[in-house]
Design a binder for this molecule. Structure first.
Ligand code: PEP
Length: 252
């Protein structure tokens, strides 16, 4: 059975001391609740090793927000999948719309990143989603399908089964504008159908598909109640332990 998951994406926020404080607060809060979902925090690279040392990995997973599309070598400033894995992190966000939009990430580079992440024992949290214009001109479903096909359908069923997907309509990220629970459910059900057509019903049913885009404690419950929404990838609301926990506890 697929897992329910709430994952935080801290983006380029928090200094190391601030990040450690936030991680400790989330970790502490998890000691006092019986979380009904897996909980993950994805932090800046600079924080990973230090955060890894202060959290209980049985309760709180740790991930990076990106990794390089090369294993090692002359790529100044890049951080490879083996480097991420060596910090103790076990997840990595790949294909976030901010990476696609601001750093020119394409399905071709993402294919390499996914392969390297898997080769190094990292679980990719792979993001897909349409921009506003595509939602409005009726191509959102085609766009999301193409993102999945181009970057992921080279994988074996076994490897595809290791992924977590995150549907993040770009128009809802950081805008305060959330997709309605019905819009999210419609797209999540569509994504599961796309997976089923390629890998079969069992793989599709076992794939966790998270929703991302201005998810907060006030709307998480309605979103997570939808049968094909298996949790959330949380940006802004993950930067405060109380609001992040308000989303974690939306699963009952
Ligand atoms: C994200 O960046 O993955 C995200 C969902 O951001 P926010 O929750 O701030 O919209």
């Amino acid at each position: 059975m697929r897992k329910n998951i709430v994952a935080g994406n801290w983006k380029m926020n928090t200094t190391l001391p601030e990040g450690l404080e936030l991680a400790k607060n989330v970790n502490k809060a998890l000691e006092n609740v019986d979380a009904k979902c897996d909980v993950i925090i994805c932090t800046p690279f600079t924080h990973l090793a230090s955060v890894n040392a202060v959290i209980d990995k049985n309760k709180l997973g740790l991930g990076a927000e990106n990794c390089a599309d090369h294993r090692s070598g002359a790529y100044t400033g890049e951080i490879s999948a083996p480097m991420v894995a060596s910090t103790g992190a076990t997840y990595v966000i790949l294909g976030h719309s901010e990476r696609r939009q601001y750093y020119g990430e394409t399905s071709e580079t993402l294919k390499e990143k996914v392969a390297l992440a898997l080769e190094n024992g990292l679980t990719p949290i792979f993001c897909i989603g349409e921009v506003l214009e595509e939602r409005e001109n009726g191509t959102a479903f085609d766009v999301v399908k193409a993102q999945i096909e181009e970057a992921l359908f080279n994988l074996s069923a076994e490897d595809f089964g290791k992924l977590i997907l995150a549907y993040e309509p770009v128009w809802a990220i950081g805008t305060g504008k959330t997709a309605t629970d019905d819009q999210a459910e419609e797209m999540h059900a569509f994504i599961r159908g796309v997976i089923a057509d390629k890998y079969g019903k069992e793989v599709a049913e076992n794939t966790s598909i998270l929703y991302g885009g201005s998810c907060k404690p006030s709307n998480a419950k309605a979103l997570f109640a939808k049968p094909n929404v298996d949790g959330g990838l949380i940006g802004g609301a993950a930067l405060d332990a109380d609001s992040f926990m308000g989303i974690v506890t939306a699963f009952e």
